[in-house]
Design a protein around this ligand. Structure first.
Ligand code: NDP
Length: 318
């Protein structure tokens, strides 16, 4: 049955930023409610091993870390609700409360809001890409790598995600091609070294995907047409699966025309803070960060947002 919730602090999104904000908010007696959306845990749910989150001497698993954060938030008093926001009224308040509506038909009324909706994978924009998602095209090696046991796959991109995906896929695939549009990678040097040393990985430099070759019955990927951007020459690469790892876009569709966004759609915050263009609305994590985009920086900004929300709420009482 649809319900109405009233809270001092509503947190939208349950990645490292959202859970950290919930932990700090709960410890400040703000009784926060955190709405998880469709993917509780955010991008770390589809992240394999994490070696750079401080406090763990050995690699940990992304889903495990997120479970721990969720449990910690619950233990200190945050209310975690698996519900997805469908409408957000940020520009009008009723009796000092913002209104947020959700998929389950619930209404949330909040004195302050922290937006921590994160970012999601970008796609190349090819027609076949949409048609073949789940039939040979994926943006998550840890989710779908298993299906390519003994097969040849390609990873597109040159950042940390692409390199991580390529390395992970060597556990399943017979060979992995990393296709990058330039002749140098932007991934961390330690990851680049691992990539270069792996005999199951070949790098195809200076190349972009022109087309995806596929069969229709049953739908399946058979290869790629690549174009070398230096020579202009096209070539065909036979492969069974493609993993797209070309970065992310912020999840800000809900807030468009309500809150100030930058030209790429990230929420603008006042420098050095999590304050948005609307007093009482804060933004934390990847939804406002296109520079660092790490679990630890997202968690740090979640902490900042909760502290700033607490100060905002105290100022209302004066
Ligand atoms: P990045 O933005 O770092 O890299 C995207 C890559 O895709 C770049 O190499 C870019 O090329 C390429 N690219 C972008 N658009 C296209 C296109 N249309 N066609 C072909 N190639 C394209 O994204 P990531 O997802 O790799 O990483 C995001 C952030 O998350 C980074 O800060 C990264 O460090 C972090 N991260 C950290 C991890 C860890 O520490 N364990 C794991 C994964 C990510 P170009 O280089 O030419 O711009």
């Amino acid at each position: 049955m649809a319900e109405i919730f009233i809270t001092d602090l509503l947190i939208i999104g349950a990645g490292p930023a959202g859970y950290t904000a919930a932990i700090y908010g709960a410890r400040a007696n703000l009784s926060p409610i955190i709405l998880t959306g469709l993917q509780p845990g955010g991008q770390l749910i589809i992240t394999n091993e994490i070696e750079n989150f401080p406090g763990f001497s050995n690699a940990i698993q992304g889903p495990w870390l997120m479970e721990q954060m969720a449990q910690q938030a619950k233990n200190v008093g945050a209310k975690i609700i698996n519900d997805t926001v469908t409408e957000c009224h940020l520009q009008t308040k009723t009796k000092g409360l913002f209104t947020v509506l959700t998929d389950m038909g619930n209404t949330y009324k909040a004195r302050s809001i922290i937006i921590a909706t994160g970012a999601q994978a970008r796609w190349l924009g090819l027609k076949a890409e949409e048609e073949l998602q789940g039939y040979g095209i994926s943006a998550c090696a840890t989710c779908d790598g298993f299906f390519y046991r003994g097969k040849q796959v390609a990873v597109i991109g040159g950042g940390n995600t692409a390199v991580e995906e390529a390395l992970y896929l060597t556990h399943h695939a017979s060979h992995v091609y990393l296709i990058h549009r330039r002749n140098s990678l932007r991934a961390e040097k330690i990851q680049q070294d691992r990539l270069m040393k792996n005999p199951k990985i070949s790098i195809i430099w200076d190349s972009v995907v022109e087309d995806i070759l596929a069969e229709s019955d049953p739908p399946s990927v058979t290869g790629l047409t690549l174009k070398n951007v230096i020579t202009g020459q096209s070539s065909t690469l036979p492969i069974d699966g493609i993993f797209i790892a070309i970065g992310h876009k912020p999840n800000t569709q809900l807030f468009q025309n309500q809150i100030d966004l930058d030209e790429e759609g990230y929420i603008k915050t006042t420098s050095g803070t999590t304050k948005t263009s609307i007093p009482g609305v804060f933004a934390a994590g990847d939804v406002q960060d296109k520079t660092y985009r790490q679990a630890i920086t997202a968690a740090g900004s979640g902490c900042m947002a909760a502290l700033e929300a607490e100060r905002f709420l105290s100022s209302l009482e004066k």
